[in-house]
Ligand binder design. Structure first.
Ligand SMILES: *Cc1c(COP(=O)(O)O)cnc(C)c1O
Length: 418
């Protein structure tokens, strides 16, 4: 691994080596994380890093872009095919810039955007006051029904009818249930609004056909290519053919500069990988594992937000166990299980404390963990919750967690030896 760096900069090399070891020995359950295939790691650092190109295939601003055209065109074709999309743009740098690009394509300053509240599952780039775009556009929000903790579609409809937003956004970062895209698209149509779905978290599940796709219903679909997509640290935007020109302008020069062709190459690999039976099997297991974890934690007295999950996320209300998200996250970290504290709908705690944790099943499912191991993890979590600040308890749990994960290598043994 990192043959050149190891010799020339041992300090940086040893930090990266420590991170590999951390990932190898921890049970990684941060819902936005996954393990990139070796090819993605290779391609992310490939020779395309050296090439500067702007514009689109066949119409570049820089000479020497014919090879770049080939990789970008191949990626676009694969993206359209795997997602059944009419148009795809691979130039965005991340899920965040994917969203900025759509705003740049269709909105004017002061336009109204209706999105899901951050503290009920939305995302910072959907109009949070701490994101700079809240100064540019007029964001208003919908939320979940307090009883079902699922999207209050009637509420969305009445807010949309009253405020006539230019854009309605569905999708979020901590929403464990399926979204009724058809209903949302009808609401948008009635309000004469564009409909965008941000599938950053669920793109892998969608690509594998394990959960329904928003592509047939949305004007624009944005995504990160990490998370369940398991690709490079980048993004993608899909749209209807009628919006293609607008979108491409919104991306470049609207929101990004020169293309990261190295990650375009890695995304292009991923867009083939996610169509394989191997990937589909993993994604199926992700959902099975998530449902199993929700069931097991419920049996231990944890409360699962919305009563369950349809995707890779289990959102846990810790109040019945007398813990906060902050306490539980820190305790699990000491045990070698990585999760993040997370607001639950109508959370009485602050975002720094929270009443919940968000647990993701992608990484462990990629490593081959199945229901029997999920049952063990739930038992460890329960033991941690019983005495989250008792070091002897945490030490005992840590031994169990280490033993469990040691049987499932992060990458095939020997992948980084040279
Ligand atoms: C993670 C996330 C993003 C941002 O993606 P990055 O690739 O981290 O920039 C955008 N939207 C949603 C819903 C997300 O979960």
């Amino acid at each position: 691994m990192l043959k050149a760096t190891r010799v020339s900069d041992p300090e940086v090399y040893s930090i990266v080596a420590d991170e590999l070891s951390r990932q190898e020995h921890n049970i990684e359950m941060i819902a936005s994380e996954s393990t990139a295939p070796l090819e993605v790691l290779e391609l992310s650092g490939c020779i395309f890093t050296n090439k500067t190109t702007e514009g689109y295939p066949g119409a570049r601003f820089q000479a020497g872009s014919q090879v770049a055209d080939r990789i970008e065109n191949l990626g676009i074709e694969r993206a359209k095919k795997i997602f059944g999309a009419e148009h795809a743009n691979l130039q965005v740098y991340s899920g965040s810039t994917a969203n900025y690009s759509v705003y740049s394509a269709i909105l004017n300053p002061g336009d109204t955007v209706l999105s899901m509240r951050l503290d009920q599952g939305g995302h910072l780039t959907h109009g949070s006051p701490v994101n700079f775009l809240s100064k540019v556009y007029n964001y208003i929000f919908y939320g979940v029904d307090p009883k079902t903790e699922q999207i209050d579609y009637d509420g969305v409809e009445s807010i949309a009818a009253e405020n006539k937003p230019k854009l309605i956004i569905a999708g979020g970062s901590s929403y464990p249930r399926l979204i009724d895209y058809e209903r949302m698209s009808k609401i948008a149509k009635k309000a004469d609004a564009y409909f965008m779905v941000d599938m950053a978290h669920i793109a892998g599940l969608v690509a594998a056909g394990v959960i329904p796709s928003p592509v047939p219903y949305a004007d624009f679909v944005t995504s990160s290519t990490t998370k369940t997509f398991c690709g490079p640290r980048s993004g993608i935007v899909l749209c209807k053919a009628e919006h293609a020109k607008k979108l491409d302008k919104g991306v470049f020069p609207g929101a990004v500069g020169s293309i990261h062709l190295n990650t375009v190459a890695a995304k292009t690999f991923s867009l083939r990988y996610v169509a394989t039976p191997e990937f589909r099997k993993i994604m199926e297991q992700v959902v099975i594992n998530a449902k199993k974890l929700a069931e097991e934690l419920t049996s231990y007295g944890f409360r699962i937000v919305s009563g369950g999950t349809d995707n890779h996320i289990v959102l846990v209300d810790l109040r019945p166990k007398g813990a906060t998200g902050k306490i539980f996250q820190n305790a699990l970290e000491k045990v070698g299980i990585t999760v993040n504290k997370n607001m639950i709908p109508f959370d009485p705690e602050s975002p720094f404390v929270t009443s919940g944790v968000r647990i993701g099943l992608t990484s462990i499912s990629q490593r081959g963990l199945k229901e029997p191991e999920v049952i063990e993890i739930a038992a460890i979590m329960n033991q941690v919750a019983k005495a989250p600040e008792n070091l002897a308890n945490l030490e005992a749990c840590k031994i169990k967690a280490e033993e469990l994960i040691a049987k499932f290598p992060l990458y095939p043994v020997g992948s980084f030896e040279d």
